[in-house]
Design a protein around this ligand. Structure first.
Ligand code: SF4
Ligand code: MG
Length: 336
């Protein structure tokens, strides 16, 4: 049925001298072939840590996976022997990072680095691996790929370097591609180009794509579903159009209000007041209650029910989701 990845009740904590931070607290989601799931949240919400736990690149110590499963095609990769894990992470589940300059090796030509993927994982000979590297560089639209295959990372612009990272990430034809803030370091025009390249490659290869971002505007055109994270939890999950049309969680509502509206140019953005919680001292009840305009006594006392169905294809974890969704005329945002 095309189900690629199932993250089930994932728990991650960071153990530091100052205490234990619950970075991920019961995150669950699924990803299917050809689907784009965007994980959205402020910095520190646990988006990157989730990706790192899936990829097996969590900084450990201090980070530890303390519970849950990450199933790839039905198999929990967290408990697989290292040897088998290495056949999945990288070749089958691959990742693009925000900072291409530090992810690439500065002392080797980019073509050589792409070619290494084929040499290392497939035993391809040098000549063929280089030819494949050129083809990939052409596919990610790097002009003059035949010549530039011998250039070094610092000889490329930020956007071109990100294309090279993408070429490396798709070299082995992964089923799942995770992109963690892939365009955050780039200017707006280049951001859009990289996003549409990712989307094209995804469609062409039927990959499951996870797009991690703090910026709803960047993913609006490419995401199918959105999972909104707050304080190490997913607080809402919905199809992108539904989410834009009507948020089912107060935090999502706040995020929507803080993106520029096309119909009100120059209007000041209403940022969500307050700060995300310190993960060593997560507030009682609902972690969002100190910032929530709908907070009631029950929110301070009791955690909201876990992520549950509150609408068609929509999950949320909030005491008032049903009321929010029943509300008339939630502002139509600058949606997709
Ligand atoms: Fe706000 Fe209460 Fe919902 Fe939390 S549970 S988001 S505090 S209304
Ligand atoms: Mg991050």
């Amino acid at each position: 049925d095309g189900l690629l990845l199932e993250v089930d009740d994932l728990q991650v904590e960071f153990r530091t001298r100052d205490g234990v931070a619950k970075a991920i607290n019961g995150v669950s989601f699924e990803l299917r072939e050809g689907e784009t799931l965007s994980i959205l949240g402020e910095s520190g919400s646990g988006k990157s840590v989730s990706a790192q736990a899936i990829m097996g690149i969590l900084d450990s110590p201090p980070g530890f996976i303390t519970g849950g499963q990450v199933r790839y095609c039905g198999t929990d990769i967290l408990t697989l022997p290292e040897e088998q894990r290495r056949r999945i992470r990288g070749p089958e589940i691959s990742m693009v990072f925000q900072d291409a300059l530090s992810a690439l090796n500065p002392v080797f030509p980019v073509g050589w680095q792409i070619a290494e993927m084929f040499r290392k994982h497939r035993g391809t000979n040098r000549t063929d691996a280089m030819a494949q590297a050129v083809r990939l560089m052409e596919r990610v639209q790097i002009p003059g790929a035949k010549q530039r295959v011998r250039a070094y990372p610092h000889q490329f612009s930020g956007g071109m370097r990100q294309r090279i990272m993408i070429a490396m990430a798709i070299a082995l034809d992964p089923a799942v591609l995770i992109a963690d803030e892939p365009t955050t370091a780039l200017d707006v025009t280049v951001q859009a180009q990289i996003m549409s390249l990712l989307k094209e490659l995804q469609t062409e290869r039927r990959m499951g794509l996870i797009l991690i971002t703090h910026d709803l505007g960047v993913v609006a055109d490419v995401a199918d579903r959105i999972a909104v994270m707050y304080a190490g939890r997913i607080v809402e999950q919905a199809d992108v159009f539904d989410l834009y049309a009507q948020p089912g969680h107060p935090y999502t509502e706040g995020l929507l209000e803080s993106i520029p509206r096309l119909d009100q140019k120059g209007q000041r953005l209403a940022a969500i007041g307050g700060l995300p919680p310190n993960l060593m001292h997560i507030p009682s009840g609902c972690p969002f209650h100190p910032r929530c305009r709908y907070a009631e006594d029950v929110c301070r006392a009791d955690p909201p029910p876990p992520l549950r169905e509150v609408g068609v294809h929509r999950l949320a974890a909030c005491h008032v989701s049903e009321r929010l969704l029943a509300k008339e005329g939630t502002p139509a945002q600058a949606g997709p």
